[in-house]
Design a binder for this molecule. Structure first.
Ligand code: RM4
Ligand code: MN
Length: 388
């Protein structure tokens, strides 16, 4: 039997970071459906993130994307976050939306473009300094569309050079989260396509260059929990970008397509000690809510991660180890399936109530009048989206 008090303590201690861009407008390349009440600037995005934290009690951090969240004074923005009861989390460097990056950013054949990209990454470290953030998250759209278009090995060397310069600029408590993605926007070759590439660059850089696993960035059928188990065992699992995918990088609510996969991932996290803050795993959401209301979608996503975590914590580790040792395939599998089949929603409701929160945070959001208020107040100006 699992120690239920330990399960409850672990759930109380878990932290989930929400992304500023989830609160702005987003869409596909076909259409962006604007929603009423959407933030017009980073300050309003942080206010929405703070609302998610106020209702869930476990989301006190919000990631920024630079330049989407560019402000004149980042210390002031951090103070605004603090006033709202949240903190600024990972800083996402955006080197994929400038015309100069047509052939790549840090892997561009033109040295001047590579300089420009590195310059932006270094400026993002300045943002970390100003906000007190720990993590610089790097995702590169770099790659090629056609065989022969670029030299793969040369581009790897450029990438290593850029990363080394940025790594050298970090202070002792700051980290690089290097994120990989199989394809898109490059369709033939991507410069950081997989966890192996991210891991290898991290090894060359040093212990504070760790991997970010975006759950939407793999080929169908990839065993993501294997990647998680491996990286965690080597101290290189830096973060998750949680979302769910039916087909490619869908950025839908985590746990929507495959809650069982999320459970399997969280099982490896629990098994490998990844819930311990000392393990340094940052549990972030990286999602877009194109047609559904954004704040309740974030609340729902946080709850989905909590549910998967609770089920993973309920796996009877001793019984599992015994069955594995005995070679009892069916019993071992049954231990996992029993935990997965447990309805943990009553437990989570109870934990919320113990902390003075409403047991159903989505219902509490709808009852709070916040949605009506932001719809009435946020009139005029330019709504935030991918580019503002
Ligand atoms: C990328 C990647 C990054 C995110 C952007 C918006 O595909 O997942 O983490 O910052 O999208
Ligand atoms: Mn991501």
């Amino acid at each position: 039997m699992q120690d239920i008090e330990a399960v409850r303590a672990a759930l109380r201690a878990q932290r989930i970071e929400t992304p500023s861009w989830a609160y702005g407008n987003s869409g596909t390349r076909f259409k962006v459906f604007a929603q009423e009440g959407v933030p017009r600037d980073p300050y309003e995005k942080i206010a929405d993130a703070a609302r998610v934290h106020a209702l869930t009690g476990v989301a006190p951090l919000v990631s920024l994307h630079i330049p989407w969240d560019r402000v004149d004074d980042y210390a002031h923005l951090a103070a605004h976050a603090h006033d709202h009861g949240v903190r600024i989390g990972a800083i996402n460097a955006n080197v994929f939306q400038d015309d100069a990056y047509r052939l790549g950013s840090v892997t561009n054949p033109d040295a001047r473009v590579r300089r420009k990209a590195v310059h932006h990454l270094l400026a993002c470290v300045d943002v970390l300094d100003a906000t007190g953030s720990r993590d610089l998250k790097l995702w590169f759209a770099d790659g090629t569309n056609y065989p022969g278009q670029g030299d793969i090995a040369t581009r790897q060397a450029y990438l290593a050079e850029a990363l080394a310069e940025v790594y050298a600029r970090l202070s002792a408590d700051q980290r690089i989260l290097l994120e990989y993605k199989l394809f898109e926007p490059a369709f033939y070759m991507t410069d950081v396509p997989d966890w192996g590439t991210a891991y290898a660059h991290g090894l060359e850089l040093g212990p504070r260059a760790v991997v970010c696993v975006d759950t939407g960035h793999h080929a169908p059928g990839t065993n993501i929990e294997f990647i998680v188990a491996f990286l965690l065992s080597r101290g290189r699992l830096g973060a998750f970008d949680f979302n769910s995918r039916f087909y490619a990088d869908d950025d839908l609510m985590v746990g929507a397509a495959d809650p069982f996969q999320l459970f399997r991932i969280m099982h490896e996290v629990v098994r490998g000690g990844g819930l311990d803050p000392a393990a340094g795993v940052n549990f972030m959401l990286d999602q877009c809510h194109n047609i559904e209301p954004k704040i309740p979608a974030q609340i729902r996503s946080v709850a989905n991660v909590q549910e998967a975590t609770a089920k993973a914590l309920l796996v009877d580790a001793e019984e599992l180890a015994a069955a594995q040792q005995a070679g009892d395939v069916l019993a071992a599998n049954a231990v996992l399936m029993d935990a997965y089949a447990t309805d943990v929603r009553p437990l989570l409701r109870e934990l919320r109530e113990e902390q003075g929160l409403a047991p159903d945070p989505v219902a509490a959001y709808h009852a709070s009048g916040y949605a009506e208020r932001i719809r009435a107040e946020r009139v005029g100006g330019t709504q935030a989206g991918w580019g503002a």
